[in-house]
Design a protein around this ligand. Structure first.
Ligand SMILES: Cc1cc2nc3c(=O)[nH]c(=O)nc-3n(C[C@H](O)[C@H](O)[C@H](O)COP(=O)(O)OP(=O)(O)OC[C@H]3O[C@@H](n4cnc5c(N)ncnc54)[C@H](O)[C@@H]3O)c2cc1C
Ligand code: SF4
Length: 556
């Protein structure tokens, strides 16, 4: 095999697009192997001082830079699904709820990744590495919301399934209170000092107490120590093979713009030998569709955008107006239960004062989606307001929402997906944007709704659900996955089992878009583990022949 020396005319050996779970793992592992790496991240860098105190500080919470909102949390609504996702140096880790669970091994037996590798033999070591790097430990701080979940599970006869979540949070040694500062507990002194969690429930609004193990405290921190350059507020808009080579064998040219400039976004150009696209399911689909359509990367498989999954999720909850317990205390997701083999529920909370999400919640309403459900919701609302006007208004007001609410995050391993395309929608003829297609994803899980109703009755609360689920039959998810399916050939996937894009050399996708099944658990640990595996195959920088392209593995 021909071995080329790394061409020093390239700005970088690898450019990684996105600094979330897939991007940070890639950057660190590439730097460890001796590559010169840059990370392009369109979000901002956050510190405990710059994070918002509550999510009413919209300009520091929400990401909509074209209207001067430069936070780290984004909400996008599509015809089939409402998607919550992160955008920052550290990707979704800045806003996520730290819960890192290993999915059941059966998830690898379905979907387009089935049979592409011996997953159950290979993945445990990568899950173990990712868990160690992220500092995963069982939650030691059960808050009132967790105890309420346990009480409701006991009453429903499923108390034995209650468990404390595994979380990426630095917690005080046994018997010591939270808040103390400790020298790097994870990386033998190479990492930053940490403070022990105080159980304020604020993880999803950003940890201001240096306790949450966000990526900028582990993978990305260590990557930067090894010389990786992170270009923040820098959005990649073009990736094209250099020198007219159709397959990228002579590297790539990357064009970026400043993502937070209101006017005159500054354009920059970089060159590199290899690229890792790690812009999250939505970011990667948006970018790759644009690159395919404008002819920069025309060989990308027509499978792009197929089989996007929502983790079969539904967000419901219980509100207890006037609750004597402060349900906002604890770790954002502190515990979980299984109501059946395929349905998993976690106890979630926002910190005191972070009541903005109340604007998206309403009284839980069962029934078939459509007009009948809307009428039933209006009827429920009218009955509740007539019978218990004060109580109902207290349930619907934003004030004290976080103190009084137990959010129930329901996830299922059931199959189901939508497809995404980049199109000009009828309501926005100016620019193309991602749209969803296909069959509707179920907006309610009857057994989960039943559980929420019983839990509410137990504590004198009211069952709640998301307004978009009731009114528009649109489920909400923070776990959007898939769209760049793994496959044996370009006819059935965009990437192979190592994340290599069919049709190109040294071009990878490593993020949630390559996951091929509803995991039924929070996905970030799986994204890290899959990326650890993909990077593990890459040779040391000095041994790279820069000829890495996917194998077509189907033999029949
Ligand atoms: C409120 C909330 C709570 C969550 N809680 C949990 C949890 O407890 N456990 C769990 O496992 N998961 C949780 N998640 C989901 C988790 O955050 C995501 O699954 C995960 O972050 C996805 O990782 P990723 O590598 O695919 O992309 P991300 O982590 O989303 O990173 C992608 C990055 O790419 C950047 N980017 C996109 N396009 C471009 C571009 N063109 N140029 C430059 N940069 C770009 C984005 O700004 C982003 O920072 C939660 C999500 C939310 C929103
Ligand atoms: S509960 Fe509070 S202190 Fe603990 S990790 Fe979350 S935000 Fe940080």
């Amino acid at each position: 095999m021909r071995t080329e020396r790394v061409d020093t005319n390239y700005d970088f050996d690898f450019i990684v697009i996105g600094s979330g779970f897939g991007g940070s793992v890639s950057a660190y592992r590439l730097a460890e192997k001796g590559y010169k790496v840059a990370v392009m991240e369109m979000g901002r860098r956050w510190t405990p001082e710059s994070l918002p105190r509550t999510n009413w500080e919209l300009s520091r919470w929400i990401w909509r830079p074209n209207v001067a909102l430069r936070g780290f949390f984004n909400i996008r609504i599509f015809r089939h699904v409402l998607i919550l996702h992160g955008c920052a140096v550290g990707g979704g880790s800045i806003t996520y709820a730290n819960t890192l669970l290993v999915p059941k091994s059966t998830v690898f037996e379905n979907g387009s990744w089935a049979g592409l590798a011996d997953w159950n033999a290979e993945m445990p070591q990568h899950f173990a590495t990712a868990s160690r790097m992220l500092g995963v430990r069982e939650n030691q701080i059960l808050g009132p919301a967790d105890l309420l979940l346990k009480q409701a599970a006991d009453a429903a006869g499923i108390g034995h399934t209650f468990y404390r979540t595994n979380v990426a949070v630095f917690q005080a040694p046994q018997g010591e209170p939270g808040g103390g500062t400790f020298p790097d507990p994870y990386f033998g002194g190479e990492g930053p000092e940490r403070s022990a969690c105080i159980g304020c429930g604020g993880c999803m609004v950003g940890c201001r107490f240096n306790a949450k193990n966000t990526l900028d405290k582990n993978y990305l921190y260590l990557a930067e120590k090894r010389g990786v350059r992170v270009f923040e507020e820098t959005r990649v808009v073009d990736v094209a093979p250099r020198n007219g080579t159709p397959d990228g064998s002579q590297g790539y040219e990357i064009h970026t713009v400043n993502s937070t400039a209101l006017f005159g976004a500054q354009r920059q150009r970089f060159t590199c030998r290899g690229v890792v696209v790690a812009a999250s399911a939505l970011g990667t689909l948006d970018l790759l569709f644009r690159l395919k359509q404008k002819g920069s990367l025309p060989r990308i498989s027509g499978q792009l955008g197929n089989r996007v999954r929502t983790n079969a999720e539904s967000l419901i909850g219980v509100r207890v107006p006037g609750s004597s317990e402060d349900l906002s205390k604890g770790i954002a997701i502190g515990s979980g239960i299984y109501i059946d083999d395929e349905t998993h529920i976690e106890a979630v909370r926002y910190p005191e004062g972070s009541d903005a999400m109340a604007l998206m919640s309403t009284l839980l309403t069962n029934g078939r989606p459509g007009w009948t459900r809307i009428l039933l919701w209006l009827w429920n609302l009218a009955v509740a307001l007539t019978r218990h006007p004060i109580r109902t208004l207290r349930c619907l007001r934003p004030r004290r929402w976080a103190r009084e609410s137990l959010i129930l995050l329901c996830m299922q391993t059931v199959p189901g997906h939508v497809d995404m395309r980049l199109q000009r929608p009828w309501y926005w003829p100016f620019d193309k944007t991602l749209v969803t297609r296909g069959n509707r994803v179920s907006t309610f899980i009857p057994r989960a709704n039943e559980f929420a109703s019983k839990a509410a009755a137990l504590v004198g609360g009211t069952p709640m659900s998301m307004l978009t689920e009731v009114l528009f039959d649109i489920p909400g998810t923070a776990h959007i996955l898939g769209g760049c399916p793994m496959g044996a050939t370009p006819a059935d996937g965009v990437v192979d089992h190592r994340g290599r894009i069919f049709g190109y050399k040294n071009l990878y996708v490593c993020d949630g878009s390559v996951l091929a099944a509803n995991l039924g658990v929070n996905p970030s640990l799986t994204i890290c583990a899959i990326t650890e595996r993909a990077m593990n195959f890459l040779p040391e920088a000095s041994k790279n022949d820069w000829n890495d392209s996917p194998e077509e593995t189907r033999t029949e």
